[in-house]
Design a protein around this ligand. Sequence first.
Ligand code: 3EB
Length: 340
Amino acid sequence: MTASCLRVERVSLVDGVRLAAREPAPLAALCYGQVPGAPPWLSTVDTRVLGAGDPVVDFWHGNTHAEITVGSTGAVNWRSDGTWLWGSIELDETKADARDLGELAERAYRDLFRTLDAVRIPHLLRIWNYLPQINADGGGLERYRQFNQGRQQAFVDAGQAAFDGAPAACALGVREGGLCIRFLAGRQAPVPVENPRQVSAYRYPDTYGPRAPTFSRAALADVGDEVALFVSGTASIVGHETLHAGDVHAQTRETLRNLDALVAAANATGGTRFSVDALDCVVYVRHPHDVAAVMSVIDEVVGAPSRFVRHAVVLQADICRSDLLVEIEAHAFAPGRLHA
Ligand code: 3EB
């Protein structure tokens, strides 16, 4: 069923530059790592690649036979093959005259929802958020908490699912640059998945900020005769509390336990057979000197020969709670069908 085909091809930047010239053009190219003078077809995530790694590109391919329409709606640059919609927002905070990061996020998300209306692809599946100075004080409130205020407000104002049914997401901190948001939307509502070990993020108590973060722990979507799994940023949180503050080994183990629980919950929901060792992941590490420790735990628990380890992208980034040292997000495809 090519009608809703979607797949991701993860390649090195060097191969990516070569492959970008291919026809048909991909729906999107999300590049992890710093690329001075990045070509316009690359959506870059401006963070350091850790370990021996070079920048990596995830090519998102939609319907190979459909023509790609390109447009912009407010702050959103978007591409669509008629079935899938990829959007990219970059807002320079120093130039936008927003009161704070919350107001900027609210505007960004307002334009995001206008884009879904304009392109008529209504359902958000996955969002990538990159916030400059995520843990810094924004004038009485941490900037991540301000972001959460504006994000949730925009969801509510647009009549979008801000609680149950929210899309999968991640929110990481980058040192400099603007507010950077990427998103993938489709024609069918995703099936949200929560982690039984964790309080849903949209139900976090207000000790983590006046408005809760807006995301589901994971989302499932039909993609032809396969099911796509989008795993949100996952960290060492049990219930709603951070565990193992200051212990990067234990945080990595706890994060992997959460991924296990989440994949089991996804399989129970969708009748699929995803497994952690076959996920394509991105590992965010706060302190570059922790990368060896993080990877040694992952090697030991998941297995060094696994696809998870072989395809892992390891990046330096700040995590949305200042006591979190590591966070892992992922996607995967497996045979199955959610909706008849
Ligand atoms: C957590 O579980 C860790 O604000 O969009 C993970 C994934 C986290 C997404 C977001 C935040 C977000 O709360 C942080």
